[in-house]
Design a protein around this ligand. Structure first.
Ligand SMILES: Cc1cc2nc3c(=O)[nH]c(=O)nc-3n(C[C@H](O)[C@H](O)[C@H](O)COP(=O)(O)O)c2cc1C
Length: 169
């Protein structure tokens, strides 16, 4: 039974990581959360499931939140992309909380592997942020955005493939 990779992605970063995993492990099947929501029976055909999503204002994106109750009795790999620095304690904390929400405590899931990387922030969002009352650009925020603009990249794709090797190979 091959693994199912389910992706929630709005601007394409997380989808690219999913595509990279699908290239390295061609027996996997790559789907969007919205497609799986239309046909949740797809989940019945896979014991191993990878869930990839993006940081949406510090929470789970709504399409994934809607799918979570259907994710049951799986060996899970979870990854996310975010605009902020994935090495920061805040990011690690955020990611841990989202992983806990996806795994749940009473759905029989087992978390096997995780991966977190940065993803470029959509320019439209940056412009919107700049217009928000109280928004203040700092050298740190500019540097963070410039670093985010380099991701996800080949190195991230390799690191993701490595993180899920045992689950997908
Ligand atoms: C509406 C919106 C809200 C976001 N909120 C956050 C956030 O709270 N923290 C963060 O680090 N990045 C945030 N980001 C950046 C995204 O998480 C990041 O660009 C991610 O890689 C997008 O993934 P995608 O291209 O697969 O949609 C936000 C992006 C959008 C569009």
């Amino acid at each position: 039974m091959s693994a199912l990779i389910i992706i929630s992605s709005i601007t394409g970063n997380t989808w690219k990581v999913g595509e990279a995993l699908n290239r390295v492990y061609p027996t996997t099947s790559l789907k969007r959360t919205t497609d799986v929501l239309k046909c949740t029976e797809l989940l019945d055909q896979h014991n191993e499931v990878i869930v990839g999503f993006w940081c949406d204002k510090g929470g789970l994106p709504p399409d994934l939140a809607q799918l979570v109750p259907y994710i049951r009795n799986k060996s899970l790999g979870i990854f996310a992309t975010m605009g902020g620095n994935p090495q920061s304690e805040r990011a690690k904390d955020w990611f841990k909380r989202q992983c806990d929400a996806v795994v749940g405590s009473e759905r029989g899931n087992r978390l096997e592997a995780t991966f977190l990387c940065q993803g470029k922030i959509n320019p439209v969002l940056i412009e919107q942020m700049k217009k928000m009352p109280g928004y203040k650009e700092t050298p740190e925020s500019v540097a963070r955005r410039q670093e985010a603009a380099k991701h996800p990249n080949e190195q991230d794709y390799r690191a993701a493939a490595e993180a899920f090797r045992e689950l997908l190979a």
